[in-house]
Design a protein around this ligand. Sequence first.
Ligand code: HT7
Ligand code: ZN
Length: 844
Amino acid sequence: AETFYLKDYTPFGFEVESVQLTFRLAPHATRVLSQIRFTPKPGAADPQFFLHGEKLNLISAKIDGVAVSPVITAEGLTCDTPAEPFLWEAEVEIDPASNTALEGLYMSGGMYCTQCEAEGFRKITYYPDRPDVMSTFTVRIEGDEEVLLSNGNPVSQSQGLAEWHDPWPKPAYLFALVAGDLVNHPDTFTTRSGKEVELNIWVRPGDEDKCAFGMEALKKSMTWDEEAYGREYDLDIFNIVAVDDFNMGAMENKGLNVFNSSCVLASPETSTDANFERIEAIIAHEYFHNWTGNRITCRDWFQLCLKEGLTVFRDAQFTADMRSASVKRISDVIDLRARQFPEDQGPLSHPVRPEEFQEINNFYTATIYEKGAEIIGMLKRLVGDEAYRKALDLYFDRHDGQACTIEDWLQVFEDSTGRDLTQFKRWYAQAGTPRLKVAESFADGTYTLTFEQSTAPTPGQPDKDPRVIPIAVGLLNGNGDEVQPTTVLEMTQAKQSFTFEGLASKPVPSILREFSAPVILERDTSNTERAFLLAHDSDLFNRWEAGNALSREARIAMVLTGAAPDASYLDALQKLVRDDSLDPAFRALILQPPSQSDIAQALFERGHLPDPQKIYDAAETLTQTLAQQLADSLPRLYADTTVQGPYQPDAVSAGKRALNGRILSLLTRLDGGDQASRQYDAADNMTQQYAALAALLTAEKGTAQSQAFYQQWQGDRLVMDKWFALQVAAAPPEATAHIASRLTEHPLFTLKNPNRFRAVMGALAGSHAGFHHASGAGYQLLADKLIALDSLNPQTTARMCTAFQTWKRYDAPRQALIRQQLRRIKDTKGLSRDTNEMVSRILD
Ligand code: HT7
Ligand code: ZN
């Protein structure tokens, strides 16, 4: 397959002055007429007229009204063109009803919808489908559906016909069209300059009572972006549409966001607290793209982090402001370590700005999104809040309406702060997670911290240069008082020391507060010191981090030596769980042990081959022991954390329920499931119903409740996804693959719905001991289903191949089993470019 390189960038040789599209909708034979005004750019480096186009049936093509016969390949067409401005007209036919890849124009649940990012527009019509080609679009839709939507503002609407005009020049990846018999949840928003905007969430009939929360989240996002970034909305209307069959979470098409229904529909009866929080964040994320992504877009797909890293950073700020900042930070770091660190330390490691790709869809990764956001966080910490805001103002002023690069982004910061960011830029260019070794010394009142940074080689990058690392540090004295408030050390060298003077005694350092850089901290420290920080650190992130490290060390000792759970850790945990002065959401996080995959990675890094079954057993023993030690307090803790009154999805209630859920799962290990059964029967909301069912199934109970759940919810796709996933996630390791396999035979299982596929196969891959069971049944089942899915939906298949990315951590027999499955996938006839690229990189 062809490889694309950043260094090969050349601008398109033509300006696109305007685009007029007409859609005549028909499930198997939609006609798309395009009228596009092109102007050749004088002196263009690449004067060839090439339009992307894939799987299109070209009916006719004209230039300035005269029929032409372009040369057509599998990727697009070329044609001789005049030296003057000209009108290109083409008519193509496409088959949305047969489009199972969910890219381009497709049908979902009887409605038409589009997904054009990254390169889906070329499956709709011939076009220069690249983000640096921006134009205004006018769209006419002819169809029998009641609702016909596209980007921008409505021009006219009548039975069977609608016309839309988007005045803001945009790349084709932001194009969208939706047509269906939909109903809306309407509202309005008045921007701070007094403009009234019509807001709608469009859903299938029956889902209209699940839109109110999303609408509130949208209005909060609009207000927040005005206040935090000075950004106002810029059209008369903002539409959101919920779609069941969708490859990712949501898409920020200009004025017409399309959402996976799981990321917008919410009701207390069907959605958990976690669902509510995620919906709020994703609505914010897509809305924030209106400025960071749409008004200012990417020059090419190598610059994807320009919009995604920044927008993830912005949505994290929003959630921190709406909810608890420290809980958000801790959750984000848990997520970063679970998804981005393994990526960065394995065969799929790539720079935040990659320099080559075969299939861009494979680069919507945790590295580009989450590490991209971490880079923005570091930049903000280095320049300070005020300078950050000034730089962003300049970014919006200078680049509005443009397609930009990381160089443009960093230049704005250099110009507005006077800083040289040459070295900082390495964060974009170098792959891999830096390791930061810490040594300390104390003499005559002076405390010295010495840091040494190093990054292991990654594919194609054997050598790494030192990066700028902002290290937020505070110091505590022996009583737990802070003797040095948080200060940011700016590390620039491979090895560097920092001193603190005038200290009465050797302090206890709190390093990398708020996780100020995405690095792996390596420090020889004692459990006593960890327990001390867990009890006293004023930085909540590092408090949690200390608890997390204690838990990890306890589990590692159990796995390696068969030791009993560490008593001081259990003591510390018990104190915290009972400490009412602490936010319940924080206490819930403290009770959440590191994942089994995290333990496997830690063991691997220390030179041990992780045994998934032993890791699972240690986790079980630790939880059981904690439950026994807390036995006397559990009923009381359970009662105290039970939220009374009607369900509200706010952060405080959700935090309480999160803690309550953890306590219930401990209680269920002791009471045979009595309390969980009572909670299941009494629950009037999904959070409590699901928590009870999860606790029961994990304790190998709850068969009756699982059946009842199925009976109650079989008509609700999103709730059924939870049911499918939970069966697999709660299974004991030896049964995981078998249960997952059985579920793929269930009448409600389908390969065509990515949510359902992910529910079962994602839960299989996420069950560490189940997936890596020595039998290899998990590997084989996943490979079977990936092979089956690939011919229907390459994007989702390729994405799920990442389940195998950590394979080199494991013992030789497991490696052999995984290699065999990866080879089997790779050898599949007609394998997609997407999956082929992923499997080849993982195998390398
Ligand atoms: N910008 C979007 C990324 C995206 C996507 C979304 C849905 C389906 C396919 C997609 N390919 C790329 C989503 C976002 O980051 O906001
Ligand atoms: Zn995004």
